[in-house]
Design a protein around this ligand. Structure first.
Ligand code: NAD
Length: 252
């Protein structure tokens, strides 16, 4: 039986074909799921075009996670395409360029990074809750926030908050049978990655990862997301699965 046979999955964060979320949506459909995408503003037109390149064209609903009205309307917008959700992928990250200068950034620069990249996991989980039932899964993507990275700055702090947020979502939704887990992916060349000024420094990742690492290949991270969305991690929540070629486990 396919891994997500008959499941209904909400996938945020498809911007281009390089988006990690695009590959999660693709693999989820290949594994038997029906998929609804979210996008917002001007990006929504691009997402609609990209949605046609999936094995099955997926509908796109409007969601800017920093817009309270969008968040409150999400369940009704999803209901136009799906009567319930078995899984939700959070694949959203944003920080203003100024936030990549740790000592120079102001609170006004940092606040959107924390709201859109960390708080949004709670907002998304709460918005989807009316459509979810026991066995449901929320999955997000992080870059290992247990250390400070050169060039990642307030986005790194936002990822630390994101990882903590996932644990609190796991705490509060666990009693309803809903899991919250993250994939800590190695660097992948996507639109969001290219907006990180020092992203090129991550090019050496594969040299320090025992399994090696292909920066242009989002599939390993996407496969882990699909696995965590499936019924094959029924007793796992608040967890962070590293999909980084083994980089995190070695001191060099
Ligand atoms: P991407 O640019 O393809 O995706 C980022 C998405 O965030 C876009 O679809 C964008 O529309 C969406 N987004 C931004 N602001 C939003 C808002 N206000 N409301 C709703 N959506 C919003 O890049 P990606 O690399 O696929 O990023 C997906 C996730 O993976 C992010 O959380 C990112 O931090 C994480 N991640 C990426 C890497 C990497 O190296 N690319 C590594 C580890 C984790």
């Amino acid at each position: 039986m396919p891994l997500l046979d008959g499941k209904s999955i909400l996938v945020t964060g498809v911007l281009t074909e390089s988006s990690i979320a695009f590959h999660v949506a693709r693999l989820a459909q290949e594994e038997g799921a029906s998929v609804v995408l979210t996008s917002f503003g001007r990006a929504a037109k691009i997402t609609q075009k990209i949605a046609k390149r999936l094995p099955v064209e997926a509908p796109v609903v409007e969601l800017d996670v920093s817009d309270t009205e969008d968040v409150e309307a999400l369940a009704d917008r999803v209901r136009e395409h799906a009567d319930h959700l078995d899984g939700v992928l959070h694949s959203i990250g944003f920080a203003p360029q100024e936030a990549f200068d740790f000592m120079g950034a102001s609170w006004e620069d940092v606040a959107p990074a924390l709201q859109i990249s960390a708080y949004s996991l709670k907002a998304l989980a709460k918005a989807c809750l009316p459509l979810m039932s026991p066995g449901g899964a929320i999955v997000g993507l992080t870059l290992d926030a247990s250390v400070a990275w050169s060039g990642y700055d307030w986005m790194g702090v936002a990822k630390a908050a994101f990882e903590s947020t996932s644990r609190y979502v796991a705490r509060d939704l666990g009693p309803q049978g809903i899991r919250s887990n993250l994939v800590a992916a190695g660097p992948i060349s996507t639109t969001a990655a290219k907006s990180i000024p020092a992203f090129s420094k991550f090019a050496q990742w594969g040299e320090h990862a025992p399994l090696g690492w292909e920066i242009s290949d989002p599939t390993p991270a996407a496969k882990a997301c699909v696995a965590l969305l499936s019924d094959w991690f029924p007793a796992t929540t608040g967890e962070i699965v590293h999909v980084d070629g083994g980089f995190h486990a070695f001191g060099g």
